[in-house]
Design a protein around this ligand. Structure first.
Ligand code: OGA
Ligand code: MN
Length: 279
């Protein structure tokens, strides 16, 4: 498969791949290349909802988001990420604002492995998604910073007060996402590669630090990781598919003008059950 490296040592664009018509061998190859490079970009994809879900399922067990308000009608495997509204109701999740660095669903016992976004409508200005290679950031980490995370755990919450999510969850949804403790350094079950596992939008406590100390530690970790060597900015085009590995990267989004339209379809897939708890 022909690929082009987009970031410094991670994130690849695949050339000439049609996700709707991928044989088993090609799928295996794509999966390997994706895991090695952590973020996959595929341009000019034309995917029906069926094709989108079929492809996602071939990558792993389907993930369903707790925010069922934004599921595609009759298709809970697809969530809409959008600022559009219809009859005063938001069509999708995440609005038009900045989203802080995070890894998806880190606040669940078995966080989603891969997230896929499919660009349907893309604003003229802003709305880029940034990715940060936490495996490479970990590998290059200075000793004193590494000592802060080695063997340490953190508490991950879907309800962090400072979180950018403006639309509140219902009580029954809140009940489904009790806070979780995970290691701050995790091992990729397939690549056997260690990575920082930080999600500043979710982590409420590192070790037994208090709130301020936790934020200060997160600040040091983000300052180390958020640098050109470890980041890639994805400028969206219509019909882009981007797939990222939440065990290896964190991501954030830049805001865009509220009078411009942004609409993406989102799916996700898990590790097999036995490999899904971060270790
Ligand atoms: C997500 C997410 C970023 C974006 O869907 O998990 O973080 O650019 N999206 O919409
Ligand atoms: Mn996300």
């Amino acid at each position: 498969m022909k690929t082009t490296l987009l970031g410094k040592g991670f994130a690849v664009e695949f050339d000439g791949v049609d996700l709707a018509a991928l044989g088993d061998a090609a799928l295996g190859e794509l999966r390997e290349i994706w895991m090695r490079n952590k973020v996959a970009v595929l341009r000019e994809q034309v995917l029906s909802d069926d094709a989108l879900v079929d492809f996602t399922l071939r990558m792993g067990p389907l993930f369903t988001h707790v925010r069922d308000q934004y599921h595609a009608p009759g298709r809970p495997e697809i969530m809409y990420v959008s600022n559009l509204s219809e009859d005063g109701r938001n069509l999708g999740s995440l609005g038009d604002g900045d989203l802080r660095w995070h890894t998806d669903q880190s606040y669940t016992p078995r966080p989603v492995f891969g997230t896929l976004l499919y660009g349907v409508e893309i604003p003229e200005d802003g709305g880029a998604t940034w990715f940060c290679d936490l495996a490479s950031a970990y590998a290059a980490m200075p000793e004193e910073l590494r000592a802060e995370v080695e063997g340490e755990t953190a508490c991950y919450s879907g309800l962090k007060p400072e979180s950018a999510r403006r639309v509140k969850l219902r009580p029954d949804q809140i009940a489904r996402i009790p806070d979780q403790r995970h290691p701050l350094v995790r091992t990729h079950p397939y690549c056997n590669r260690k990575s920082l596992y930080i999600s500043p939008d979710h982590i409420t406590q590192i070790g037994d630090l208090d709130r301020d100390e936790t934020e200060a530690a997160l600040g040091r970790l983000v300052a180390w990781a958020d640098r050109p060597d470890f980041t890639y900015r994805h400028q969206w085009r219509v019909n882009d598919v981007v797939i990222w590995d939440n065990a290896s990267v964190m991501h954030r989004r830049q805001s865009f003008p509220s009078d411009q339209r942004r609409f993406l379809k989102r799916t996700g897939f898990h590790f097999p059950e036995a490999l899904g708890v971060p270790y």
